[in-house]
Structure formats: structure tokens, C-alpha cells
Write a protein that binds this ligand. Structure first.
Ligand code: 8X3
Length: 256
């Protein structure tokens, strides 16, 4: 039986990186967690280890997102949507951008967020009625705030996602629904930069070279958990977080 006091979070992007770390962190703090990603094998391993319930789904598929919402409703509802899935493809100048990369980035970062809101909001509203509040948390990026050469497609997509979040918070004004944005700067995860650079490990390593302590996924997961566990009237609108060595998007201290 589901404990009526236990809150339940859906974490997207749960197969790796910040999403996986967040699923683990919430679980460790007593949340029921549903982990969503495409890679069913990785989710199954996470489920076996942590009790995070695996739900394989492709967020670019509207039917799959609607099915996720239906399944949540039938199995105890949802108190928090934690949308971490997303990412970057390519670091080309705007003039050389690959339209497929750009399309993927808008799908992954902007449209998937809209789909999740459209499908999960009714269930989140029911949870808020029962529990006092419910939450929608989005992991954007400092790339949503400051552009950089080679960032055009990702900057545009993440800024688009951030604007979706800002509009949503205003639309939900007056309802007990918190809309939270966490914007991390340089985080070293296994896959983010590797995916962006088409699997070029050397180039990925170079990006972090000499940076003494980039953020790690657990750092972001801790802040997400804090935001969700904060008293229900407290909304962390926007948390921008960077490693100390990165005092601005372009000001990165590198050691020898
Ligand atoms: C990733 C941060 O600085 O690589 O979201 O764009 S950055």
C-alpha cells in the first residue's frame, strides 16, 4: 500500500547524470520515485538497486507521455514532476548548425517539457488538492541566460525552455503549484559533453581540463531535493549554480 504521507516524484532523464542522481537523492530522502528514460536496461538496474520504479518512455512521443500520465493516475498519482531530460547536440557556429541537431534540441528541451505539463498537470492538481501543494521542477542551464560561440542551438533551446517555465509559473498563479527552475553551469557528468560532441572523449576531456572542481550530478541533485522538500509556500523560482571556478559563463579558472 502507498503511504498517504509519502510524496511521489517523476524524474525524467533518470538513466544517467543529473536525472539519475536526483532519483537516488529523492529516494534516499524517503520519496517514492518513478524514473523515466528511454533506456529500459539502465532503469531496471537502478530499480533493482534503489527501488526507483522504472518507466521506460520516449518523451518525444506524445502518446507515451499520455500513457505515463494515465499509469501514474492508476498507481498512486504524482506530487512532483522533475524534468531533467534534455541536452545539447553539436557546438557549431550558427551558420554551420546542423538542422537535425537543432530540431533534436528543441524536441528534447522545449517540446518534451510542454508535453509533460499538458499530460501531468491534471494529476498534479489532484495531488495539490489532497496534499496542499504539488511541484513542477525543470533543470534548464546557465546556457539559457548567456549565449556563447558555438552554443546557438543549445542557447536557443534552453532559453526557450526557461521561457516556458516562466510563462507556466504565471499561468498557475493562484493555484498551490510550485514552478521551480534550476540552472546549472559547468557540471561534469559521464554523458552530457560526450553526447554533445558526438562521442569525442578527447574533446570532452579538454572542456574540463584544469578545472579543479566542476559541479557533479550529486551537487545539483542536492539542490533539487532541497527545493522539493522546502515548505510548501516557498518557491525557489530560479537557482543558478556554478562551480566556484566558474564565476561567469565565460570566466573559468583553469589550473596548470
Ligand atoms: C550546460 C552548461 O555551459 O555547457 O548546460 O552550456 S554549458
Amino acid at each position: 500500500t502507498v503511504d498517504a504521507m509519502t510524496r511521489r516524484a517523476v524524474v525524467t532523464g533518470a538513466s544517467s547524470g543529473i536525472g539519475e542522481a536526483t532519483a537516488r537523492a529523492l529516494r534516499a530522502r524517503g520519496w517514492d520515485v518513478v524514473g523515466v528514460a528511454r533506456r529500459a536496461d539502465r532503469l531496471a538496474a537502478l530499480e533493482a538497486e534503489t527501488g526507483v520504479v522504472a518507466h521506460a518512455a520516449d518523451l518525444t512521443d506524445g502518446d507515451a507521455v499520455a500513457a505515463l500520465a494515465g499509469w501514474l493516475d492508476e498507481t498512486g498519482g504524482v506530487d512532483a514532476l522533475v524534468h531533467v531530460a534534455g541536452g545539447a547536440r553539436g557546438s557549431d557556429r550558427v551558420e554551420a548548425g546542423d538542422p537535425e541537431d537543432w530540431r533534436w534540441m528543441f524536441e528534447a528541451n522545449v517540446l518534451s517539457g510542454q508535453r509533460l505539463v499538458a499530460s501531468l498537470l491534471p494529476g498534479l492538481r489532484r495531488a495539490a488538492d489532497a496534499a496542499g501543494h504539488a511541484d513542477l521542477l525543470f533543470v534548464t542551464s546557465t546556457a539559457a541566460q548567456t549565449a556563447y560561440p558555438g552554443g546557438g542551438g543549445y542557447n536557443a533551446a534552453k532559453a526557450g525552455e526557461a521561457m516556458l517555465v516562466h510563462a507556466l509559473r504565471q499561468e498557475l498563479n493562484g493555484e498551490p503549484l510550485r514552478v521551480i527552475e534550476i540552472a546549472p553551469g559547468m557540471v561534469r557528468t559521464e554523458e552530457f559533453t560526450l553526447n554533445r560532441l558526438g562521442g569525442d572523449q578527447d574533446a570532452a576531456d579538454k572542456l574540463y581540463e584544469g578545472v579543479e572542481a566542476p559541479l557533479v550530478a550529486d551537487d545539483v541533485a542536492d539542490v533539487i531535493a532541497y527545493a522539493l522538500d522546502a515548505p510548501g509556500h516557498v518557491n525557489l523560482d530560479l537557482v543558478t549554480m556554478r562551480p566556484v571556478a566558474q564565476s561567469a559563463q565565460h570566466l573559468l579558472a583553469r589550473g596548470p
